[in-house]
Design a protein around this ligand. Structure first.
Ligand code: DGL
Length: 253
């Protein structure tokens, strides 16, 4: 049995990377819908159709669980997926709760895709935390295609981030939340452009924690096995492995 990870493209590899380390012995399937990325600029209807198409493909494999490693797809479709399939389905949640709880007076900046920022699910999360007056929002949608093109350290990326992040009065903030799995690749570049006291939080660890409570671990760790698919076609492992290697190098910094 496999654990499947799904994303609009390469973003979900940041969650898979965490799972590989903490769940040795599991067999993974990764489905990146890169031919249809980005999702964040599409309509709810378009995203729902793409997500259900991908999940129908994945459900034909024997799945122990499915991780929707995409905040955008989670916002739009996780509830409907859970109503449709009987294997455990784990979604993403922006790490707003730990961000809000770690300071009484300073603000939190939530960065996500255009669509995630428009969705009711995010509003509800902030309202449930009673944090409406402490949270601001910023779309960093442009990072999604930069990640898809592996322009992780490119001058265009630096220029984009500089444009988006300069002018923000960082002394008023204590945390920035990366609410899109593609943004994790840019954590170091973001670090360099914001004030040193600002914490950078994401939901990846929490998602893998949830996954680990939902599946029985494999008892005999064996060699890492990952099957990769791009939009339903078997994909060359090298394309995805280079992102996992980049994440390993980031971790060593
Ligand atoms: N990784 C997706 C997320 O977490 C990116 C969405 C997109 O394709 O725009 O939201």
């Amino acid at each position: 049995m496999h654990i499947a990870f799904f994303d609009s493209g390469v973003g979900g590899l940041t969650v898979l990377h965490e799972a590989i380390q903490r769940m040795p012995g599991e067999r993974f399937i990764y489905f990146g819908d890169s031919h249809h990325a980005p999702y964040g600029t599409k309509t709810r209807e378009e995203i729902t159709e793409l997500v259900f198409r991908a999940c129908a493909f994945l459900a034909e494999k024997k799945l122990k669980a499915l991780v929707v490693a995409c905040n955008t797809a989670t916002s739009v479709a996780v509830k409907a997926l859970r109503d449709t399939y009987d294997f455990p389905i784990i979604g993403m949640e922006p790490a707003i709760k730990p961000a809000v709880e770690s300071s009484d007076d300073k603000r939190v900046l939530v960065c996500a895709t255009d669509l995630t920022l428009k969705e009711e699910k995010l509003d509800r999360l902030v309202q449930d935390l009673n944090a409406g007056d402490k949270v601001d929002y910023l779309s960093l949608q442009g990072l999604v295609l930069l990640a898809e093109r592996f322009q992780l350290d490119a001058p265009e990326t630096e220029a984009y981030l500089r444009h988006q992040l300069s002018g923000i009065p960082w002394s008023r903030y204590h945390a920035i939340v990366l609410g899109c799995t593609h943004f994790i690749y840019f954590r170091e570049q973001i670090r360099r452009l914001i004030a040193p006291h600002v914490r950078i939080l994401d939901g990846n660890r929490g998602t893998v924690n949830n996954l680990m409570t939902r599946v029985h671990p494999e008892s005999s760790p064996e060699k890492k096995e990952i099957q990769y698919f791009i939009s339903g076609q078997q994909a060359d492992a090298g394309h995805f492995d280079k992102y996992l290697d980049y994440l390993t190098a980031m971790q060593a910094l």
